[in-house]
Design a protein around this ligand. Structure first.
Ligand code: PLP
Length: 452
């Protein structure tokens, strides 16, 4: 499989190139040159079987199927259920797809547990060492640490804003005692952390010396790993399915679109955003317009722009890289762009956007407990809110994605239900584990020294 950049300014690469580079050299995102077509899964096929059949065509030339199966088995052995992403029916034609059974109890584990193994496999092949550097407001950092801790060819450095993440989020980063894992608390906010990471990636000499690498959500391998659970869940139904996806960077819902393009029986995709509703506004009007970010009860969806949207736009523009590149350049300069009416209406054949305020979030958590006896986290609540809003109009089976375990965001859940959710067994002693982290001044040089 060849991967091409959405901006058309560099040569195609293979899976290894897309995996190790993340972002394409021209600033675009890698997408497969063509969509491979699925062979429908057999009844009762395991998650690993589905993953192997979905991922093999994306990885030709990188691994063979038996090796891939070994990597997959290892990656998903860390999950608390062999189903990996179990589907729970809650009402006729309404089910929830639980994505939080991995080590950090949020959905990013599904992709990052595999990504860490793929990195490790590649680094062992070449004997190369890399430094994985990332900034996090909470969730991605711990999922990256858990995914990459076993990759002995990688040193992992995660910056987070000192005293900002929740206790659970911080402890998931600071209690992993592997020699290649480093959690750094920076005296600043998330934007400061991200600015330092950007500056270090822009420092050519440092980037080369350290072989800096990122594990952010634009990495093609993460998207491909996420397409698997959509395929598995879609084929579990007799009719085409509508998925409702809590959305921030558009990685998760784009993976659903990939599964649909590969032939999975998917009817519609509902993009659920919180008060940071840039995507919902786009699907309503055809205009992408940046505004400020406001914090919400679903912090992992507090985004200003959704970077993976560029991949969808590329297809919507007929894979015209020139127009796409011009649109993105304009967007960077002016903070907005508009798509032609025909493009918007073709996107609306598949996508619907719904926004969810903090009040809606609390109501949805309370209603899910009352109506289904099911406790949800505030991100999942955005999907449940969208379901309530649209259920009369959707038709056919609907699956809401549960992106985090409720115990990951206990304050919001307690506020809505009056009960504090308990951590699952594997994390029950998290609050007693020894923490290890350093506190760094908010300066590029200080962080640079800490990485040396
Ligand atoms: C990252 C995250 C999201 C948003 O997913 P995207 O792929 O960025 O759209 C939603 N919920 C939770 C709990 C997350 O960690």
């Amino acid at each position: 499989m060849e991967y091409i950049s959405t901006r058309g300014g560099c040569l195609p690469t293979d899976f290894r190139g897309a995996l190790m580079q993340g972002l394409a050299p021209d600033g675009g995102l890698y997408v497969p040159a063509a969509w491979p077509q699925l062979t429908p899964p057999k009844p009762n096929q395991t998650y690993i079987d589905t993953a192997a059949s979905v991922l093999t065509p994306f990885m030709d030339g990188f691994t063979d199927e038996p090796t891939l199966r070994t990597l997959l088995k290892d990656a998903y052995a860390s999950f608390s259920t062999p189903d990996v992403t179990p589907l729970k029916p809650l009402a006729p034609n309404f089910a929830v797809l639980e994505l939080f059974h991995g080590p950090t109890i949020a959905f990013k584990d599904v992709a990052l547990q595999l990504l860490g193994r793929l990195f490790d496999y590649q680094l062992k092949k070449t004997g190369q060492r890399i430094t994985i550097l990332g900034a996090t407001s909470g969730d991605t950092g711990s999922a990256a640490i858990e995914g990459c801790r076993h990759a002995t060819g990688a040193d992992i450095h995660i910056l987070y804003p000192h005293e900002r993440p929740s206790d659970v989020q911080r402890r998931q980063m600071t209690t992993v005692h592997a020699p290649n894992v480093h959690a750094h608390a920076v005296r600043g906010n998330f934007d400061d952390c991200q600015a330092i990471v950007k500056a270090l990636f822009a420092d050519e000499a440092f980037r080369t010396a350290k072989n800096l690498s990122a594990v952010n959500s634009i990495n093609w391998a993460r998207i491909a790993a996420q397409a698997v659970y959509y395929v598995q869940a879609a084929y579990s139904h007799a009719e085409p399915v509508t998925f409702i996806v809590p959305t921030g960077n558009f990685g998760n819902v784009y993976a659903a679109y990939v599964a649909k393009n590969m032939g999975a029986p998917i009817k519609r995709l509902v993009v659920a955003s919180n008060r940071n509703d840039i995507l919902t506004r786009f699907f309503e009007t055809g205009k992408m317009q940046v505004t400020g970010v406001e914090s919400s009860l679903s912090p992992s969806m507090d985004i200003q722009v959704s970077s993976n949207f560029e991949r969808l736009l590329f297809d919507a523009l007929g894979r015209d890289a020139k127009t796409l590149a011009a649109t993105m350049a304009d967007f960077k300069k002016t903070g907005n762009f508009v798509v032609p009416p025909a493009t918007l209406s073709s996107l609306r054949n598949t996508f619907t956007g719904v926004r969810c305020s903090d009040d809606d979030t609390l109501t949805a958590i309370a209603c899910a407990e009352r109506d289904y006896g099911y406790v949800i986290d505030p991100h999942t609540a955005c999907a449940f809110h969208a379901y309530e809003e649209l259920k009369e109009t959707l038709g056919g089976p609907v699956v809401a994605l549960a992106c985090a375990h409720p115990a990951k965001f206990p304050e919001a859940v307690e506020k809505a239900t009056g009960k504090r959710p308990q951590l699952p067994e594997a994390l029950a002693d998290l609050m007693e584990r020894e923490e290890r982290f350093d506190i760094l001044e908010n300066s590029i040089d200080t962080v640079k020294k800490a990485l040396s």
